[in-house]
Design a protein. Structure first.
Ligand SMILES: [Zn+2]
Length: 185
């Protein structure tokens, strides 16, 4: 999946998660922050690909990771999710306290990247080091393209988020999204 696809997939998923799950146990002022925070980690798993945007930003770290692991291997696995969780716990306990919404947002961002790659034909090695490829190729190159999928998913998530104003919101989203896609591609 492309960088733009990952960003839109993460934003849309964060909408749904925060509205249907986090709002049940978190204060509004806390759970809204999950969206911007999830964007921070949503590109991180692709540090294992030398041409990704995150790799260009973290060159030396990416160099080591790409030498050690194949693309969509360790960094796209449950092991990596646990490692991120573990690092967050250490940071929170020993360096600076991270509130629950921040930790949740960072984990959600990372997980949504992996889910987004699972729904592509290439899939991921979710149970790395086992070489079992997990894929549910909803996105295809021809019929249900990434651009089309992200568009539908984004509108759908906004629709569910604000059903009372959906007619205004959907019109706005469609126009904005089309403009964005025209600029991106
Ligand atoms: Zn990836």
């Amino acid at each position: 999946m492309t960088t733009q696809g990952h960003l839109f997939f993460t934003i849309s998923t964060s909408f749904l998660i925060q509205h249907f799950i986090c709002s049940q146990f978190m204060h509004h002022d806390d759970w809204w922050r999950i969206i911007p925070i999830s964007i921070i980690t949503c590109l991180l798993p692709d540090i294992d690909h030398s041409k990704s945007i995150i790799s260009k930003k973290l060159k030396y770290f990416s160099y080591i990771i790409t030498k050690l692991f194949n693309h969509r291997g360790f960094t796209h696995s449950l092991c990596a999710i646990y490692l991120i969780y573990y690092i967050l716990q250490i940071i929170s306990n020993k360096i600076i306290f991270l509130k629950m919404d921040i930790q949740l947002g960072l984990i959600i961002g990372y997980c949504t990247h992996i889910i987004a790659d699972i729904i592509t034909p290439h899939g991921v090695l979710l149970l790395w080091p086992l070489k079992i490829r997990f894929k549910l190729p909803i996105i295809t190159r021809h019929l249900f393209t990434e651009k089309f999928f992200c568009y539908i998913y984004f509108v759908f998530s906004v629709y569910l988020l604000y059903p009372g104003y959906n007619h205004i919101l959907i019109q706005f989203c469609i126009k904005t999204y089309i403009k964005l896609l025209n600029n991106i591609y």
